[in-house]
Write a protein of this length. Structure first.
Ligand code: SIN
Ligand code: FE
Length: 311
């Protein structure tokens, strides 16, 4: 049995254009929070529920990330208990960063277990990241750019219709992290479904070739034909980033996350772009489609409905 969630207040920013911003929602009912998230809300904590000591924060702000193009962020991989992406430097730095990121991972895990218990039944902890590079003016190839509006999809780690839930903490003591959002996945699908070919049958290869898949993931390369859901989502992610007219003309909301705030969001439903900011910690969970409170809002089921697919 899960312990009942302690009372804790948070705000919800709806990103579907309804203009709805609810402040001070009392966290008494986990299902209410799940419903907000699955409809395209960002749950926002003005003061983060996660603790990073002052000296660890100062240490994080002193770190240099490996600048290679494929290294988008410094990452902690919980399954392998390993940190990647830090520039070569002192061994003590690597050890300290590892300790901080493993601890952040554990804190988010424990917090979400209590805050969103329906999801913890069948979730998988994905990477935690440290985002040490200033996002404003960051040079990236177009499809990797964070400042263009998109919904998330992973190139090398298929989710087969499970959901991408991300928890952020702005550890920068003086600078906000600024996001922009436009319509939700649900709305974008309505707008663009006739411009994109329908997905192939959603046969799940989830339990097949797991050794080959695990190896491919470890090496960081993509297995094609593995998941038509993930292929469609990746194409959609690219389509949005490459669509200059959409990027320029779409409705936009701006969200500012100040120092020491946290926010939780399904980034496969909430479109987003980060316009500026530096030094954020983030933890991703892959939430099983079986544990959703509003399964009809899951991108997989929206795609099934839109294209009349039974599989
Ligand atoms: C992204 O997922 O596109 C980036 C979000 C962020 O780093 O704030
Ligand atoms: Fe993203």
């Amino acid at each position: 049995m899960q312990a009942p969630a302690k009372s804790l207040s948070y705000s919800v920013f709806m990103t579907d254009g309804t203009g709805e911003i609810r402040v001070n929602v009392e966290k008494s009912n986990a299902e209410v929070a799940c419903r907000f998230l699955e409809k395209g809300g960002i749950i926002y904590f003005e003061e983060t529920p996660f603790f990073i000591s002052k000296s660890d924060r100062e240490f994080l702000l002193s770190l240099k990330q490996n600048k290679a193009d494929h290294t988008k962020n410094i990452a902690y991989r919980p399954a392998q208990d390993r940190v990647t992406g830090l520039s070569k430097g002192k061994v003590e730095d690597t050890v300290r960063l590892h300790r901080i990121m493993a601890d952040f991972h554990k804190q988010v895990y424990r917090f979400l277990e209590n805050f969103l218990p329906p999801y913890s039944e069948g979730w998988k902890a994905d990477f935690a990241t440290f985002r040490a590079i200033e996002e404003h003016g960051r040079k990236m190839r177009l499809r990797a750019r964070n400042d263009l509006l998109h919904v998330d999809s992973f190139a090398t780690r298929p989710v087969y219709g499970d959901r991408i839930l991300r928890t952020f903490l702005n550890v920068n003591p003086s600078q906000k992290r600024v996001w922009q959002t436009t319509d939700t996945f649900e709305q974008l699908l309505k707008t663009f479904s006739n411009q994109i070919s329908e997905p192939g049958p959603f046969k799940s290869n989830k339990n097949k070739n797991s050794l080959i898949r695990a190896l491919a993931q470890k090496m960081g390369f993509k297995l094609s034909g593995e998941s038509s859901y993930d292929e469609w989502m990746m194409n959609f992610h690219n389509f949005l980033k490459e669509n200059a007219e959409f990027q320029e003309k779409c409705r936009k909301d701006r969200w500012e996350f100040p120092a020491n705030s946290s926010w939780i969001v399904f980034t496969d439903m909430v479109s987003h772009a980060v316009l500026s900011g530096r030094y954020a910690l983030e933890q991703t969970f892959i939430v099983s489609q079986d544990s959703l409170v509003l399964p009809q809002k899951a991108p997989l089921n929206l795609l099934r409905k839109t294209y009349g697919l039974n599989a």
